[in-house]
Design a protein around this ligand. Structure first.
Ligand code: FAD
Length: 399
């Protein structure tokens, strides 16, 4: 390949460009993004940046890096892929020719069909938290003080709730599911964080859906009406897969890729939030994490730069900072897994498929987390019996 075009200049798009150069790719690299400014990382938006507003920790690299690495940054929005001509069309009429195309378009916030919500989002009376622009607006509203309502008790909603509460706001979190972060974490972890947020003074309402929204208030399924000077919508994301679908590529909960992260067109790969790839158990998964975006990008770059045709096989991992707690997850949990809480003073939860270890959740326990990542990367599955026989000492087992 002589020319690689990357659509989407976020976490994964940036990494793909950087890794192509690290792996010795000598052709043209074009990084197309529709957000203004340098590529930046999103995790601090709901954490450190929401707290202190310091932009220094956001940019993935300084301006000079892109010139030195000969990565051509183009600001614009891709609106069509002409696969026959191998060209991407931009909203402003420009086109970019490619030999290899990498789709790194990420995801956007879901706006569920709740009465009044679409209008409230359109007028910015209710905001999501995805971009630097969103974070700036929410910081202004936190500074104004008062009451905050967070719709959605997932990672981003809870991280934001902790920051807003620490800034002195009255915070209510509304979650339709009967426990927090239910899609991803074990009931034990949900319970731990429910206790944490309540101890911080956050009014957490699990099992209660928002049924109507108007500027300044949210109505709940139980009839309660909660006033909010600030309302955050944080109920999840949708992959930005329309570009791929319109080009006739396979799309099913994201752009479908094979074990090498290639779409149904051999010249087009997809990564990160927008990609549905064969996960650790072979079943398709779409992960919303820095780890997936970065590791996918490295894998695709290596294939393009060196011709390495290996299948992708990285262990998923994730983190979330809420209050003074760092939750870390290694591996992939499924709702059907049974859980074992490891005895000890730090919270460590094993997720097991039958007898086989699949995931480990830890709170403020980085050493067992790192050990779990090593253990899950081994070819040989680890059983509950072996872990118990080792006194539940993951660090010792990983040595
Ligand atoms: P993105 O980083 O979203 O980049 C996609 C880019 O493509 C965007 O800039 C988008 O505007 C652009 N784009 C889309 N369509 C087009 C188009 N047609 N033309 C041009 N450009 C386009 N993950 C963790 O692992 N840990 C965390 O603690 C964590 N915290 C988070 C906190 C927040 C507030 C958010 C929003 C996310 C967080 N994440 C976290 C998730 C993580 O940031 C994402 O999984 C990651 O950014 C995905 O990378 P990506 O490259 O797939 O997509």
């Amino acid at each position: 390949a002589d020319r690689v075009v990357i659509v989407g200049a976020g976490q994964g798009g940036f990494q793909a460009a950087a890794s192509l150069r690290q792996d010795g790719f000598a052709g043209r690299v074009t990084l197309l993004g529709d957000e203004p400014g340098l590529p930046y990382q999103r995790p601090p938006l709901s954490k450190a940046y929401m707290k202190d507003g310091d932009p220094k920790r956001l940019a993935l690299r300084a301006e000079a890096f892109f010139a030195e690495a000969a990565i051509e940054r183009v600001e614009g929005r891709a609106v069509a892929i002409d696969r026959a001509a191998a060209r991407v069309g931009l909203a402003d009429g420009r086109t970019l020719a490619y030999d290899q195309l990498i789709l790194a378009t990420g995801a956007r916030n879901v706006v569920p069909p709740i009465a009044g919500l679409a209008d409230a989002v359109a007028s910015r009376a209710v905001v999501g938290l995805r971009t630097l622009g969103d974070a700036g607006l929410l910081r202004e509203r936190i500074a104004a003080g008062g009451r905050a309502v967070v719709i959605g008790g997932g990672f981003i909603g809870l991280e934001f709730a902790a920051v807003a509460r620490a800034a002195g706001l009255d915070v209510t979190v509304v979650e339709a599911a009967d426990r927090l972060m239910a899609r991803v974490v074990s009931p034990e972890i949900s319970g731990h964080f429910l206790d944490l947020h309540r101890s911080l003074g956050v009014d957490v309402r699990p099992g209660v859906a928002a049924t109507a929204v108007e500027p300044g208030a949210v109505t709940l399924a139980d009839g309660d009406r909660v006033a909010g000077d600030l309302i955050l919508l944080a109920v999840g994301v949708r992959p930005n897969a329309e570009l791929a679908a319109e080009a006739g590529l396979g799309v099913a909960n994201g752009v479908v890729v094979d074990g090498r992260l290639v779409t149904s067109d051999p010249a087009i790969s997809a990564l990160g939030d927008v990609a549905s790839y064969p996960g650790p158990d072979g079943a398709p998964v779409r992960l919303e994490s820095v780890q997936a975006a970065v590791d996918h990008a490295r894998h695709i770059a290596r294939r393009i730069a060196t011709g390495d045709m290996a299948d992708y096989a990285a262990v998923p991992w994730f983190w979330s900072d809420q209050g003074d707690r760092k939750l870390q997850i290694a591996g992939l949990r499924h709702p059907g897994h049974r859980t074992v809480v490891v005895p000890g003073d730090r919270l460590v939860v094993l997720s097991l498929d039958g007898d086989v270890l699949k995931a480990v959740e830890t709170v403020n326990a980085p050493a067992p987390h790192m050990a779990a990542r090593r253990l899950l990367a081994q070819d040989r599955a680890l059983t509950a019996g072996e872990i118990e026989a080792a006194g539940f000492d993951l660090v010792a087992l990983a040595k």
